[in-house]
Design a protein around this ligand. Structure first.
Ligand code: ATP
Ligand code: MG
Length: 383
């Protein structure tokens, strides 16, 4: 089955589209990557998304417009690729609240699936997080079972580390990929990925730059360990898994507070970027220390894997652990999340549960996502 996975993460840097041929049953799933495309968001739409993620209130009419603007941008991204049998669209998260103290979580992705189905004339799965959250789960991370199917090693303990706007890890104990995944697979959001670094770069460059290319700017500075130690006392890092987070915690307000503390210590902009980057690396490694054992190797993916300074910080903190990217084991690190959603969509289509209860904390296995058929979509032709 040909499936297009569509993903735009917390960085809001663009919509990744991956066309994959998926075969197999259940966890015994295989894929071939046929084509990829990254579509820019229209600048004005990106700014509105970042504003709403930063807490700017919106009217319901504004939300409706944004929902359709995002759906149109996602459909355009899919239409750049050859036709597929199914689209799996993550959508754009504008709000994520993990469950706390008996209250269900809430996670809201815009880009309604019915409109994507209509504009692409392709059945579309969307709203992947809802069912897991309704079952008391975090609704995140959802990619670990896909990581388990595609990246488990028969003898080695692996960590797959995605570094998007937020960082998230999948811990994969050895598995020969037959039967069901081992029960001790875990995964959670490790904290900020590129979110704080991107925020600071945008501030210092007065909006000219959106990220620290290869970590070159941070590499000119020196990390301040005292600040890193202080920031690590944030309760999120000590919270036991399952756990998830987003821009609600690690957004502009958080960055602003960090920058004020750095200025009080006379840090330069480069020192601050070095400190944020080393802090990000420390939060990742700190998560690994909470695993049953340190991994034999780390497979990086997501845009942050291109940040050489971040990688060098990770390697310094894990001196005996090979740190490579998923490209080194045949899985495109830039499109891994889009590929993973294609597989989650394939599982939904074939009625295979997509969540792992040990990862999200859900009380039951769930079918993830709502299917919007093309005939449903024609009902909203007026759009
Ligand atoms: N060459 C590079 N050097 C440093 N950072 C980079 C480079 N290329 C990309 N990035 C970082 O990666 C980010 C985009 O990564 P990615 O698309 O994986 O994140 P995302 O959209 O938040 O995804 P997700 O939430 O699914 O993980 C950019 O915002 C930037 O910070
Ligand atoms: Mg992205």
């Amino acid at each position: 089955m040909k499936v297009i996975g569509l993903m735009s993460g917390t960085s809001v840097d663009g919509i990744d589209a991956a066309l994959v041929e998926v075969t197999g049953t259940g966890y015994d799933v295989h894929f071939e990557l046929l084509a990829t495309h990254t579509a820019e968001y229209p600048m004005e739409l990106r700014e509105r998304i970042l504003a709403v993620c930063g807490g700017t209130p919106l009217t319901m009419a504004n939300i409706a417009d944004m929902d359709d603007g995002i759906a149109i941008a996602f459909a355009r991204a899919a239409n750049q690729l050859e036709a597929a049998d199914l689209i799996a669209s993550h959508g754009q998260t504008i709000f994520h609240r993990p469950p706390v103290a008996g209250q269900l979580g809430y996670s809201w992705q815009l880009g309604r699936g019915a409109l994507i189905a209509k504009l692409t004339q392709t059945p579309t799965v969307s709203n992947f997080r809802d069912a897991d959250i309704a079952a008391n789960g975090q609704g995140a991370p959802l990619v670990p079972p896909v990581d388990a199917s595609l990246l488990s090693h028969p003898q080695r303990h692996r960590c797959v580390q995605n570094i998007g706007g937020i960082g998230n890890l999948t811990y994969l104990p050895p598995w020969d990929r037959t039967g069901t995944p081992p029960p001790d697979i875990v995964g959670w959001d490790t904290g900020p990925g590129n979110a704080l670094i991107d925020w600071a770069v945008c501030l210092f460059s007065l909006g000219e730059l959106t990220y620290d290319h290869n970590g070159d700017w941070a590499a000119q500075g020196t990390p301040c360990q005292a600040l890193i130690d202080r920031w690590l006392t944030q309760p999120f890092f000590k919270q036991p898994p399952p756990k998830s987070t987003g821009r609600e915690l690690f957004g502009a307000d958080y960055g602003q507070r960090c920058w004020q503390e750095a200025q009080a210590l006379d840090l330069s902009q480069a020192d601050f970027l070095a400190t944020l980057t080393a802090f990000t690396a420390e939060t990742i490694v700190d998560s690994y220390r909470q695993l049953p054992r340190l991994p034999d190797e780390v497979l990086l993916c997501g845009g942050g894997s291109c940040n050489r300074y971040l990688r060098s910080q990770l390697q310094t903190k894990l001196p005996n652990t090979p740190i490579v990217t998923t490209d080194d084991v045949g899985l495109d690190s830039s499109f891994k999340e889009a590929i993973a959603f294609a597989i989650l969509g394939y599982w939904r289509w074939h009625q295979h549960p997509g969540n792992l209860m040990a990862v999200t904390g859900a009380s039951q296995p769930c079918l993830l996502g709502h299917i919007h058929s093309v005939s449903d979509a024609t009902a909203i032709k007026r759009l």
